[in-house]
Ligand binder design. Structure first.
Ligand code: NAP
Ligand code: BLA
Length: 338
């Protein structure tokens, strides 16, 4: 991606979102002299006012009002998933560089057209994928060659919540299809193992009595997908959350021709023959700060980023194949999705 050279610091930044991701973005921007957080737009007025006051920025009435600010160089989109596509499009059209938390869009076609738009505008479109920056991912990458050709992977993330919160992450339209909203689960695997050719997927949602426009939050969901990779590797992905689960789990298992890798929470183990070795997985914290700093390094010094929007789009295609499979009960060939 070509990025405008000789940009003068401090970069003028607008932020959309006031939640967890937005807070970590703002904290890094405040401590980096190359950036200035100018304006913030949120959802509920009070939260937006408190947030902008905390970070000494202006509070805008709407995300549109942020995009309209001519002095901004960069817009960071850290709000609910449903709105990502529309905000990214408006920001790119207004000639801004854009950082967006995954997913880029809920729709493959829209994500594709946004990547083309960024290219034609000559602007950066960076889709955050912090799962790749974690110590766990670095540890997997380093250990993978020791187990020979990987043949099978299983990745389960289950998050029981009692009661399930009535938040956007339990709202079908605001979060999107489970593996679209939680795209990092698929992206971690596509980053490690390459192209997925076929997907089979089943989902189930537990709905409260009276679920509908007035009460749009589910109580729990489970999404179970089988992926066939071009390499021949088979992977199973389990994503579950809510009141219907009682045991949290975060497990990644990779079986290869010469050994296996097992990660459970922050514990990693390499198994070779009858030997097993502990693997250090480092910290899960500090990833948004790292992402933000890498974006500033990229914009000012043209240093490479750790992920491309195209690789995020490729994972989104797999997620869309999973959605279609869950809807139709059929195995879906990823290449048929344009
Ligand atoms: P969050 O803490 O729940 O914050 C959500 C933001 O969206 C808040 O500003 C909230 O404002 C606003 N919002 C809530 N409901 C809304 C609605 N109905 N309409 C419009 N705005 C609404 O979420 P988050 O974890 O920061 O996630 C933000 C983005 O980052 C998501 O795309 C997520 O996938 C991505 N992400 C997050 C993480 C993470 O570690 N948290 C990691 C990777 C990617 P109010 O509070 O005023 O309602
Ligand atoms: C990912 N975390 C996410 C996402 C959301 C949240 C919406 C994106 C969707 C997804 O991939 O599931 C929200 N995570 C939360 C909330 C809590 C939480 C509300 O843990 C409440 C405690 N994120 C945090 C906190 C950590 C955290 C406190 O909010 C703890 C270190 C880490 N969240 C984290 C990471 C990811 C993520 C590392 C990337 C997912 C991945 O690694 O695959």
């Amino acid at each position: 991606m070509n990025v405008t050279p000789n940009m003068q610091p401090p970069l003028q930044v607008g932020l959309i979102g006031t939640g967890y991701a937005a807070k970590l973005r703002a904290e890094t921007l405040k401590t980096d002299p190359r950036a200035e957080l100018v304006v913030v737009a949120g959802h509920t007025h009070d939260n937006t006012v408190v947030f902008s006051h905390t970070y000494d920025a202006e509070a805008a009435e709407s995300w549109e009002a942020v995009i309209d600010r001519p002095e901004l160089d960069l817009v960071i989109v850290a709000t609910i998933n449903r709105d990502h596509g529309a905000i990214v499009q408006a920001a790119l059209k207004a000639g801004k560089h854009v950082v967006v938390e995954y997913p880029l869009s809920l729709e493959v076609a829209e994500a594709q057209s946004l990547i083309a738009l960024a290219q034609s505008q000559g602007k950066l479109l960076h889709v955050e994928h912090i799962e790749l920056l974690s110590g766990l991912h670095q540890a997997i990458r380093q250990s993978l060659p020791t187990i020979g050709t990987p043949v099978y992977a299983r990745y389960a993330t289950v998050n029981p919540q009692h009661p399930a919160p009535q938040r956007w992450t339990y709202h079908p339209e605001l979060f999107g299809f489970p593996l679209v909203g939680a795209l990092s689960r698929l992206h971690r695997l596509t980053d490690l193992f390459g192209t997925v050719t076929h997907v089979h997927c089943q989902t189930h949602y537990w709905l409260p009595a009276g679920f509908g426009a007035e009460h749009p939050y589910y109580k729990g969901c489970v999404c179970s997908a089988q992926l066939r990779f071009a390499s021949g590797l088979l992977a199973e992905v389990l994503y579950g959350k809510g009141e219907t689960f009682w045991q949290a789990s975060r497990t990644l298992e990779i079986q290869g021709e010469h050994g296996a890798l097992m990660f459970q929470d922050d514990q990693g183990t390499l198994i070779q023959g009858d030997q097993s070795y502990a693997i250090d997985t480092g910290s899960r914290r500090g990833m948004f700060a790292k992402d933000t700093t890498m974006v500033l390094d990229h914009l000012f010094n043209q240093t490479p980023l750790y992920v491309t929007a195209e690789s995020s789009l490729q994972a989104l295609r797999v997620a869309e194949a999973a959605r279609l499979s869950a809807e139709t009960g059929q195995v879906v060939e990823v290449a048929t999705l344009r």
